[in-house]
Ligand binder design. Structure first.
Ligand code: GRG
Length: 303
């Protein structure tokens, strides 16, 4: 499920590939089997985390660090922490009580490969592991605390979890069915974790507040565009390229952008959010070019 970087200049292609390797190696170390973790749980954690994900969020942390002239090495634990939270949310979202999916990242979902109780415990274990990873890093204490606080807020009941709760309620179709309602769900469910990835890159690099704010605003718009393209992929994407089933949202009567606006207007809205995201980067000047390239990848993504 690697993102298609064909359209990028060679130096950026190589840089993303190298950053991806760093992230994979760090995740591999963090999830290594150890005698103090029950073996089956440890294997399930590795199965979920080491599956072929795009690693968009950790790559965004690193791209933000590069834009702020920070240290990639120092940022790796925070980058991995966001991926651990993201992975827990996928494992729990796939459970029968939530979205009830049997394929994720081109393979059986965690509860299908193992069992439901184990998949719940995988999520339970990944949340503290994320915060342990940041707090055991070499970051100066004040930056580590700031990263823990921001990530906890983005993953909490007013953002990721609250957005998921409202998204599940919207399935019953008794709620308001408007673009504003949909945007409010996805700003929390999808965009908050993408926005905090960018903000963590700024915080780790001790970037000026104006730059951290610009990175977060970029992330919120990018996150919305990411969600709209996700809805479009579910609507008319290729399940093999995506590594998951398509047309699920339509079958469940879910509130989605194509269902509300139609495919063409949804595509335009995704592009408008990408354009706005890129405008938000203005305070960072030319050093934001990697982030611009990543926004363009999100606009054209097929998986
Ligand atoms: C269980 C609290 C809780 C939240 C679940 C992640 C999520 C919220 C729902 C997943 C459903 C979904 C399709 C959301 C749209 C955006 C999204 C998060 C897509 C998956 O992220 P990718 O494409 O996945 O970055 P990979 O596998 O590449 O990491």
């Amino acid at each position: 499920m690697e993102p298609n970087t064909e359209s990028l200049p060679d130096y950026l292609k190589n840089e993303f590939a190298a950053d991806r390797k760093l992230v994979e190696a760090a995740l591999d170390r963090i999830t290594a089997l150890t005698p103090d973790r029950p073996n089956r749980l440890g294997r399930a954690i590795r199965y979920a985390v080491m599956g072929p994900g795009k690693r968009l969020r950790p790559l965004l942390v690193i791209a933000a660090v590069r834009a702020c002239q920070g240290s990639v090495e120092l940022a790796l634990p925070a980058a991995c922490a966001v991926e651990l939270i993201h992975t827990y949310s996928l494992v729990h979202d796939d459970l029968p009580a939530m979205d009830d999916d049997d394929i994720r990242r081109g393979r059986p979902t965690c509860h299908v490969e193992f069992d439901e109780a184990t998949a719940i415990l995988v999520g339970d274990a990944l949340i503290p592991l994320a915060f342990e990873t940041i707090s055991s890093s070499e970051l100066p204490t004040d930056r580590a605390i700031a990263c823990v606080r921001e990530l906890a807020q983005a993953a909490g009941a007013s953002k990721l979890v609250g957005g998921q709760a409202d998204d599940l309620s919207a399935e019953s179709a008794v709620g308001v069915r408007s673009v504003e309602h949909l945007e409010s769900i996805h700003l929390r469910k999808t965009a908050a974790l993408i926005a905090v990835s960018l903000k963590l890159g700024g915080l780790v690099s001790a970037a000026p507040e104006e730059h951290c704010r610009a990175l977060e605003e970029f992330g919120l718009r990018l996150g919305l565009a990411f969600q709209i393209t996700d809805d479009l992929l579910d609507f008319d994407g290729d399940p093999v390229t995506m590594g998951k089933r398509g047309s699920k949202d339509g079958q469940r009567g879910k509130l989605t952008y194509p269902a509300l606006l139609g495919a063409e207007a949804s595509r335009q809205l995704a592009q408008a959010n990408i354009d706005q995201a890129i405008r938000e980067l203005q305070p960072l000047g030319d050093s934001a070019r990697r982030l611009v390239a990543m926004a363009q990848l999100v606009a054209g993504r097929t998986s």
